[in-house]
Design a binder for this molecule. Structure first.
Ligand code: SAM
Ligand code: DTB
Ligand code: SF4
Length: 317
């Protein structure tokens, strides 16, 4: 089946609500046609933790919420590259670095970010950065440094967005994504389920991603980790099948994209994770921590992949 860029909300809602076995079968069929069964291991590091000016209702790092995460000094280049080398030795092929910023500002911290990107690329890994909004010249400098991908999530559908975040708009998000694309950096853009959104909100988010040309090269699917002190701390935990449905639908809509099973994996059984892989998820975050919350342990992940006979994907960039 050829890739499509004209998906409608109703078509996506139909997919999300299909009988689960039919949905997974369809997604697996698309997956086999377009991809190998390898799974990419991406390791995350929080370079600048906490004290963020945005008020994202889910986030442990927002200065607007009283959470167990406190602002920490920014890590220096050597320390970050040391962590990158460890991640590579443990088998990761992508290294993702996060800054809890509303937007990138020029100056030493940005110069250091550029050096971190160059260093990670020299190690032969893909490099991804997530650091909030950016302008055209910052995007170009990151592209020149060899940045593989910029992560900037839409998080939810446009109609629900202002229920979760008030300090920026959906339009701000889309503008950053355009700048990243224009600079020739690949897009890592996805969202979170479990914020109290409707099925239509999930479909709308997927619609916006799946009608981009080209599709985002990577789509992280996060399940809310309810962090103490955030406005969303008491949301009901996402049912594993909901995650399976999101992964499967994303796979059908965007056949070649890396569908990344992201936050919330720690609370999934091994069987539920394998069902997500069947549904087309082909990347995971690998390492003890995500940015501030715990992740599944690396040993468990290695054991799981070995058990099911799946290889970690080798770097392509
Ligand atoms: N400041 C940058 C930004 O907002 O783009 C980057 C960091 S931010 C932590 C990256 C993404 O992680 C968010 O867009 C959100 O989708 C996800 N995320 C953050 N906190 C989460 C949580 N508690 N549970 C699930 N996903 C979360
Ligand atoms: C994404 O969509 N998920 C990752 C990555 N992009 C940067 C981050 C998940 C963060 C989970 C909450 C935390 O660790 O604070
Ligand atoms: Fe800041 Fe990003 Fe957290 Fe929002 S998600 S509060 S922008 S670190």
């Amino acid at each position: 089946m050829a890739e499509r860029y004209d998906w409608t909300t109703e078509e996506i809602l139909d997919l999300l609500q299909k009988p689960l076995l039919d949905l997974v079968y369809e997604a697996q069929t698309v997956h086999r046609e377009h991809n190998s069964h390898d799974i990419q291991l991406a390791t995350l590091l929080s370079v600048k933790t906490g004290g963020c000016g945005e008020d994202c209702g889910y986030c442990a790092q927002s200065a607007h919420h009283e959470t167990p995460v406190k602002a920490e000094p920014i890590m220096d280049v050597a320390a970050v590259l040391g962590k990158a080398a460890q991640a590579k030795a443990a088998g990761a092929s992508r290294f993702c670095m996060g800054w809890a910023w509303r937007e990138i500002r020029d100056g030493k911290a940005f110069d250091d970010m550029v050096d971190m990107v160059k260093g990670v690329r020299q190690m032969g890994m893909e490099a991804c950065v997530t650091a909030g909004m950016l302008n055209d010249s910052q995007a170009e400098r990151l592209a020149d440094a060899g940045l593989t991908a910029y992560n900037h999530n839409l998080d939810t559908g446009p109609e629900y967005y202002d229920q979760v975040i008030s300090t920026r708009t959906y339009g701000d998000r889309l503008q950053t994504l355009e700048r990243v694309r224009k600079a020739g950096i690949t897009l890592c853009c996805g969202g979170i389920i479990g914020l109290g959104e409707s099925l239509r909100d999930r479909a709308r988010m997927l619609e916006i991603l799946a009608t981009m040309t080209p599709h985002p090269e990577s789509v992280p699917i996060n399940a809310l980790v309810g962090v103490e002190g955030t406005p969303l701390q008491s949301q009901q935990t996402v049912e594993p099948f909901e995650l399976v449905r999101m992964c499967a639908t994303a796979r059908i809509l965007m056949p070649k994209t890396k569908v990344r099973l992201s936050a919330g994996r720690e609370s999934l059984s091994q069987e539920a994770q394998v069902l997500c892989f069947m549904a087309g998820a082909n990347s995971i975050f690998y390492g003890e921590k995500l940015l501030t919350v715990d992740n599944q342990s690396g040993d468990r992940d290695r054991d799981l992949l070995k058990e099911i006979g799946v290889q970690p994907l080798q770097p392509t960039a």
